[in-house]
Design a protein around this ligand. Structure first.
Ligand SMILES: *Cc1c(COP(=O)(O)O)cnc(C)c1O
Length: 426
């Protein structure tokens, strides 16, 4: 059967398919450079696994306390090797990215300390962690204060404001690499490196932490190569490669990571406890797959930007800008368009393709959120997914795709649903 015939049966018209093929012709060089980065990162992960002498015996399940869990300890060694850090904490007991960040912050900030975000307001769920929106057990409740230096209107760092914000209480600087649900640029590792160098020039002993969510393996270097004391992220995003069913990581200097381990388990126990519950094969294999899965997601993001720009929608980043994460924001301008877009992504999913996404309340978010995801791992956003808070400019944040081919189909189907609803003309 012809591919197009199969696609037509799946709800995609020839007109949308051909539009996609036209767009793709211009992306050949771009895709080649993504493949070259993926090859480098694949070698980096492979070399780390070989150096740590990973054997089949390291996949064994442990239960209970998880003392002497060699497989778990070696996985952490592999992460530390890839991120070029002294230590790593990689655990299924870290439930998500927010949890990993909350652990890193609360472990390294004591009452009387202050945290500084030099990149404006942090990601929605972090606002309750910090206490910007009141929550039980926030850092604010424990006497940790917070300051913020906003980005300049052009999205660059406001070094004067940052210098003025750093004071004798500033203990930790938190830098979010990806834009999250904001329409500011995501930062390159090089930019983050400059920012860290500046903060340390003002206050040499300040801890610099990077929220690396969605940024892993997009570049051939990570923020830890650019001076970060801790890099933090989620295993149901890039580094889990779509296979990790849960987890988070914190890689960094030994003194910071040790404190995170004590915070995560208990003072005195630290990294020694924490059974792997049989999840190590998925965590190892997912990390092994992560460079190529991330590359596929990047191709999808660039394809989406190129295609949606051709219909006149504003895309952040735009179709030609360099990429610093796998997120593609498309400003759709109306709730109806958000619904149609998400319907397309949902209909393209291998799981729950028959479901209709509708906006709803989400813990940690202050406006309604719409989410489209038909994922093998619930909520996984390295799998093809789209979401966004239903508020102006009605931007959907599109990300993931375990394979480039699936990302492509999902994006085409989102265009189809928009066209079917009369929200764009082919
Ligand atoms: C996803 C994300 C988080 C939170 O991760 P969860 O796994 O959803 O808790 C934090 N920061 C950024 C920039 C993110 O993209």
């Amino acid at each position: 059967m012809e591919l197009l015939q199969l696609y037509e049966e799946m709800g995609l018209s020839g007109a949308v398919y051909r539009r996609g093929e036209q767009i793709l012709e211009q992306l050949e060089e771009r895709f080649k450079s993504i493949d070259r980065r993926a090859e480098y990162n694949q070698a980096k992960v492979l070399a780390a696994m070989q150096r740590s002498r990973i054997g089949a015996n390291h996949f064994a399940a442990t239960t209970g306390y998880g003392y002497n869990d060699e497989g778990r300890d070696r996985l952490e060694q592999v992460y530390a090797d890839v991120f070029h850090t002294e230590a790593a904490l990689v655990r299924p007991q870290i439930t998500c990215g927010t949890h990993a960040l909350a652990v890193a912050l609360s472990a390294n900030l004591l009452p009387g300390d202050e945290a500084l975000s030099p990149v404006g307001l942090p990601y929605d769920t972090l606002q309750e962690v910090i206490g910007l929106r009141p929550s039980p057990c926030s850092l604010a409740e424990y006497g940790v204060s917070y300051r913020q230096a906003d980005l300049k209107p052009d999205g660059s760092f406001d070094y004067d404001a940052i210098r003025a914000a750093i004071n004798e209480r500033t203990r930790l600087v938190t830098i979010q690499r990806s834009k999250g649900y904001a329409t500011r640029p995501s930062f390159s590792v090089a930019q983050i490196g400059e920012l860290i160098a500046f903060c340390k020039s003002v206050k040499p002993d300040v801890i610099c932490m990077v929220d690396n969510c969605y940024g892993e393996f997009v570049d051939t270097v990570e923020p830890s190569d650019a001076g970060a004391d801790m890099v933090v992220g989620s295993l149901i995003k890039n580094p889990g490669g779509g296979l990790a069913p849960i987890g988070g990581y914190i890689c960094g200097v030994r003194s910071c990571v040790d404190r995170c381990a004590y915070r995560l388990s208990a003072p005195g126990l630290g990294q020694e406890v924490g059974a792997n519950l049989g999840l190590l094969p998925a965590l190892y294999q997912g990390f092994f797959m992560a460079p190529t899965v991330t590359a596929g997601a990047l191709k999808g993001a660039i394809f989406a930007a190129s295609l949606y720009e051709s219909f006149g929608f504003r895309c952040v980043p735009n179709s030609v800008e360099p990429r610093n994460d796998i997120i593609q924001a498309v400003e759709l301008g109306s709730e109806a368009a958000m619904l149609a877009f998400c319907k397309g992504i949902q209909s393209a999913a291998p799981v729950d393709s028959f479901a209709a996404p509708i906006p709803g309340d989400m813990p940690g978010y202050d406006s309604q959120v719409i989410m489209a995801a038909g994922a093998f791992v619930q909520g996984s956003s390295i799998e093809l997914s789209a979401d966004g808070p239903v508020r102006p400019p009605y931007a959907v944040y599109f990300q993931g795709g375990l394979t480039w081919q699936h990302a492509k189909f999902g994006i085409l189907l989102s265009v189809q649903k928009m066209a079917d609803a009369g929200l764009l003309t082919l």
